[in-house]
Design a protein around this ligand. Structure first.
Ligand SMILES: C[S@@+](CC[C@H](N)C(=O)[O-])C[C@H]1O[C@@H](n2cnc3c(N)ncnc32)[C@H](O)[C@@H]1O
Length: 359
């Protein structure tokens, strides 16, 4: 199979497979792969089946950078898409415009088929990757400490890492205020925030005057800045300096938990979720920055559903509150930023609660 795990990062986007260059146009006759693209475009299931069984490659990209699956999806041919997926067509290949088959279809049956296939693939690949991973490695073999060991810079509207990628940006303030509202819903209780960044969510949490407000921050310079800004002197604030992975034994249990780190992968967040049954009090609310694959609409839906499914298996139900963000994201917001980690018009704010309490 040519499919790859998306290696979704919780922030920063990801590195999806891009279209390969088409083969040289040496023959005037169409290649089996070009015929496959044409059959997929026309929804000709018999021709697709025949071409596949005679060896046509379903992972092929044609001269316009489209795969047979993208053609089937654009035409809304669900049965053709099924044949191609079964033959190993990659659901997550991208066109030169950065669109996947799921982004290209307007047919609900094709969309559902692609979504179902994508979810299964990511679930299986995640399981396989976890089985194969050495315990000390992060999900792609790059030590998770890389970001934490490098310099960060602060300005009024952003925190940047050493590679000019944004760790946190001011445009997210309304989102962080909404997250704070969600995790402080119980009112006046104990709240945990993982990842200080610019302190936007923490400023908003403080307005709810929680009895206890614990903040975990792992980057030494962010931590130093927190202290400089007086967070260490706030009566109800407890700061734990270190990676959440390392300070977890020092935690209690909370009525509201927010998780938003940087330089980590979905696998890390998934690992955090496994601690929720211990960390979240009955009636409590958990939320996280929902930036997984924030640069592609279909991949983002796949990851929203994947996280919700995995939280369900831990006993939590997740609701996504849609928040329009287009107005916060003027082009100049990204000036000087290497990667636009968010490119969608709507943010889906997750609200997770124990299944029995989600009403
Ligand atoms: C995106 S920022 C958080 C933004 C924050 N929600 C706000 O409202 O400003 C992520 C923060 O998580 C911190 N971080 C990264 N990995 C961490 C880890 N494993 N444990 C704790 N903090 C971590 C980063 O240093 C950074 O300050």
């Amino acid at each position: 199979k040519t499919e790859q795990n998306l290696k979704a990062k919780t922030r920063e986007g990801r590195s999806p497979p891009r279209g390969m260059a088409p083969p040289p146009d040496s023959k005037s006759d169409k290649s089996p792969e070009e015929l496959l693209c044409a059959a997929a475009e026309a929804g000709n299931d018999d021709a697709i089946a025949e071409l596949i069984s005679s060896g046509a490659d379903p992972t092929y990209f044609d001269a316009s950078g489209m795969t047979p699956l993208m053609h089937a999806a654009t035409g809304g041919h669900a049965a053709a898409a099924r044949l191609l997926l079964d033959a190993g067509a990659p659901w997550n290949a991208l066109s030169p415009e950065g669109l996947s088959a799921g982004d290209l279809t307007s047919d609900p049956a094709t969309y559902d088929l692609l979504l179902d296939h994508a979810l299964r693939s990511e679930l299986i690949l995640g399981t396989v990757a976890r089985r194969q991973a050495a315990p000390a490695n992060s999900s792609d073999g790059v030590p998770a400490e890389t970001y934490l060991d490098s310099r960060v810079s602060f300005s009024e509207d952003r925190v940047m890492d050493a590679e000019s990628k944004a760790v946190m940006m001011e445009w997210e303030r309304p989102l962080m205020e909404a997250h704070a509202r969600a995790v402080c819903a119980a009112g006046g209780g104990k709240v945990l925030n993982v990842g200080f960044g610019m302190g936007l969510v923490d400023q908003a949490i403080q307005r709810y005057e929680p009895e206890e407000h614990t903040i975990i921050e792992a980057h030494p310079e962010v931590y130093a800045r927190m202290l400089k800004l007086g967070w260490g002197e706030k009566k109800n604030v407890r700061i734990l300096f270190g990676r959440w992975q390392d300070v977890i034994p020092q935690l209690g249990s909370y009525d509201g938990i927010f998780f938003d780190t940087y330089g980590e992968y979905y696998e890390d967040m998934r690992e955090f979720h496994e601690h929720l049954p211990k960390l979240l009090n009955p009636g409590g609310v958990y939320s996280y920055f929902n930036g997984l694959c924030g640069d592609n609409a279909f991949f983002h839906v796949v990851y929203c559903q994947l996280v919700a499914m995995e939280l369900t298996s831990l006993g939590y139900s997740t609701q996504f509150v849609p928040l329009p963000v287009r107005d916060c994201l003027k082009a100049e917001v990204w000036e000087g930023v290497k990667q636009k980690y968010w490119q969608l018009d709507t943010y889906h704010l997750p609200v997770c609660q124990a299944e029995s309490e989600s009403e």
